[in-house]
Write a protein that binds this ligand. Structure first.
Ligand SMILES: N[C@@H](CCC(=O)N[C@@H](CS)C(=O)NCC(=O)O)C(=O)O
Length: 206
């Protein structure tokens, strides 16, 4: 039985998991969560947080992009050399990982309030947008140094995959213009040549 990823083709956290499936050469069935506003944990593979992605395997459900990516890697017979977040032992790379994941979470909050008809104005929304811009600015300045200290022999890293998914998603959902972030744009052009990126392009599920 193939593992099942529950997610959406437009979701950046789901794309991280799907890129790891491709990099690990693990086949999976993709179950699209049709209603992002569903209040039922069973629609999210039992995830009480009501979030995607979730991976369903015979041993149980795995909640969240990092858990899903690790489990796909464990199931892989190819087992690519992956640099995981715990391997980031320099402040610049560890902080880059933190800011990528925080940016993704901030983006989710901004988009969910947009699509659910909530307010897009107000002091906290303004602060979230300021925070997101600050984080992108920091990442643009520091991405090269952060990527430089990754192990040279790695095939791929969680940092690169998540950074790529973040920047491409900001463009896809038009949350903010990414062209001014030239270092991040160049990184995406380089990293985006991988087959795993081409196989998982963002799109809206119909
Ligand atoms: N901690 C989770 C976060 C997942 C997450 O926020 N996923 C978004 C989609 S990209 C989601 O489920 N949003 C629905 C919501 O916030 O209600 C992870 O690392 O995967």
């Amino acid at each position: 039985m193939k593992p099942v990823i529950i997610g959406r083709s437009s979701s950046h956290f789901t794309r991280i998991a799907r890129i790891f499936a491709e990099e690990s050469r693990v086949e999976y069935d993709f179950h699209i969560l049709r209603d992002m506003m569903s209040p039922k944990p069973e629609d999210y593979g039992g995830n009480p947080a009501l979030k995607i992605p979730v991976l369903k395997t015979p041993s149980g459900s795995w909640f969240g992009a990092l858990n899903v990516s690790r489990e796909l890697w464990r199931q892989s017979s190819h087992k690519p050399d992956v640099s995981w977040p715990e391997d980031l032992t320099e402040p610049v790379s560890a902080n880059a990982q933190e800011l990528v994941l925080q940016s993704m979470a901030t983006e989710v909050t901004l988009i969910m309030s947009r699509v659910s008809g909530g307010t897009e104005n107000g002091a906290h929304q303004d602060k979230m947008r300021l925070s997101l811009g600050n984080m992108l600015g920091w990442l643009d300045e520091n991405a090269a140094s952060a990527l430089n200290v990754l192990p040279a022999g790695r095939e791929v890293s969680f940092l690169e995959v998540s950074l790529y998914c973040l920047v491409k998603h900001l463009e896809f959902r038009e949350v903010l213009p990414t062209a001014p972030y030239t270092a991040l744009t160049e990184f995406c052009q380089r990293f985006g040549t991988r087959a795993s990126c081409a196989a998982t392009v963002f799109r809206f599920d119909t």
